[in-house]
Design a binder for this molecule. Structure first.
Ligand code: ATP
Ligand code: MG
Length: 464
């Protein structure tokens, strides 16, 4: 009925209809070479380690540029989190230049080069995966999701594999030139986050890119390209196809970016939080989402503050805050039936952590600490005189105490209790002993365990 040309024309028309309403696409063409007058970057702002790595690779005869977040952040006048180098040397060749470097990753092989205390990630230019012969190194599943991406290529090809235009700028520090294939510099100036290529295809290839979009919006204040928010909302479910171990890393990057509160709201808005942590999401009520009373928001705010002060943060504290509500709800249900508290808490903790781990794999080394933080709460509340010093010396005391402070700020426990624990850490030895002694006299009387009277056995062994 239709000729081949007509069918092609119809296909083209259908494609153009489908593309309508989708965010704009940015396709790489010939690169623009941008000199220092236009980009304003200073190579001295690049870390010593990254400069050293680029220098060694170039001296060994390879191309090497800075790429990704570091170029983006320098252009935005922010401090880069780390410096990524991209080269035409294969991972093995990079290792020949830096014999002590380590090749890491399976899905995406890169090299970690240590220079002093810095670790520089060196990746090799990636190419497309059309070539049948290279199937082994590069693979997509039947839904178009990228499983492996280890086919090496040129810089012109590499740019297609990057997610956003602002992350696809190459900075050649030797010539002080920025190489821009995708009008990334314009997007940086306009404060816009735009996918390279068709946004739906890019999300489908790797749904983690939705989480990255949220992270860059929260962290850098970039505006999402039109239609991108709706696209994320419509396809949030794709997150279920990401390996749980990878999601754990991404969740930490999201919440430890220094903009955790903003990130939390964006993830909820896009329906991504419910995909990552379904049980926690369902458990949050009005009070939990109120910045004055919600432990999650207070915890995230506290973490943001610590990061801004360059203080250390731990993953366990984040999960202790995120999952406290569902655990409490479970405990409350049991407490109504007057069951033993620590055991209930442990059971509820295992239950919630077990279920949430199906989507985001929380390693045991982290979940054990989460449980310890929760478990110590009742002991901090009870303040048994004989236990106080042991608690103060406990390796999780600091995290458990911080968590108690959050609970007190949100009205869950008496503020006098939190103050007592603050004071006892700050006072001298004799005042400490006095505080403990006072507990003994004013604290709740210790429950005496009733000694069970042994019933004499009857001669035939039966209890009478
Ligand atoms: P950050 O400031 O968090 O380090 P970043 O953009 O540098 O942000 P990285 O995870 O360090 O993020 O990745 C470095 C670069 O690799 C990115 O800028 C981007 O070009 C590319 N990249 C990383 N992850 C992806 C992905 N999932 N899909 C496509 N490109 C990616
Ligand atoms: Mg980076």
């Amino acid at each position: 009925m239709f000729g081949r040309c007509q069918i092609l024309l119809i296909k083209k028309l259908l494609k153009s209809f489908a593309a309508k309403g989708r965010p704009q696409r940015a396709d790489p063409g010939a690169p623009r070479l941008i000199g220092p007058d236009a980009h304003g970057l200073n190579p001295d702002k690049v870390s010593k380690g990254a400069r050293q790595v680029v220098k060694s690779l170039v001296e060994a005869g390879y191309c090497a540029d800075l790429v990704g977040g570091c170029v983006r952040d320098l252009l935005l006048d922010k401090r880069p989190k780390d410096f990524d180098v991209v080269t035409d040397a294969s991972p093995e060749e990079v290792r020949q230049v830096f014999p002590r470097a380590r090749i890491v990753g399976r899905r995406f092989r890169i090299v970690h080069v240590r220079v002093g205390r810095e670790v520089i990630e060196v990746s090799t230019y990636r190419a497309g995966n059309e070539d049948e012969a290279e199937r082994e190194d590069s693979a997509k599943n039947k839904f178009g999701r990228i499983l492996r991406d280890n086919v090496f290529g040129t810089r012109d090809q590499d740019v297609h594999r990057r997610d956003f235009t602002v992350n696809a700028l190459y900075y050649d520090i030797n010539t002080n030139t920025v190489v821009d294939y995708v009008r990334g510099l314009d997007d940086i100036e306009a404060g816009r986050l735009r996918f390279i290529g068709d946004p739906f295809t890019r999300i489908n290839e790797d749904p983690v890119r939705m989480l990255r979009a949220v992270r860059f919006k929260a962290k850098l204040g970039l505006a999402l390209d039109s239609g991108l928010e709706a696209l994320c909302r419509d396809h949030a479910r794709l997150i279920r196809h990401v390996p749980p171990a990878r999601l754990f890393d991404e969740v930490l990057k999201l919440f430890h970016s220094g903009h955790g509160v903003e990130t939390f709201w964006l993830l909820r808005e896009f329906g991504l939080f419910a995909e990552l942590f379904p049980e926690a999401d369902r458990s949050y009520g009005e009070k939990d989402l109120d910045p004055d009373t919600g432990i999650v928001l207070k915890g995230l705010k506290n973490t943001d503050l610590r990061i801004s002060q360059r203080k250390p943060v731990i993953a366990a504290f984040l999960f202790a805050c995120l999952f406290w509500r569902p655990v409490r709800l479970k405990c409350d249900r049991h407490e109504a039936k007057r069951k033993n508290h620590p055991q209930i808490l442990q059971r509820a903790a295992f239950d919630v952590l077990g279920r949430e781990t199906e989507r985001v794999m929380i390693p045991r080394r982290v979940s054990t600490v989460v449980i310890e933080i929760w478990d110590m709460q009742s002991r901090l509340e009870t303040r048994r005189p004989r236990m106080v010093e042991k608690l103060l010396e406990h390796r999780r005391f600091r995290a458990a105490y911080d968590f108690l402070l959050l609970r007190s700020e949100s009205g869950e426990v008496d503020s006098g209790l939190a103050k007592w624990w603050t004071d006892i850490q700050e006072c001298d030895e004799s005042s400490r002993q006095k505080m403990i002694k006072e507990l003994g006299s004013s604290g709740p009387p210790r429950k005496r365990r009733k000694r069970q009277r042994r019933r004499p056995k009857s001669p035939n062994g039966n209890v009478r």
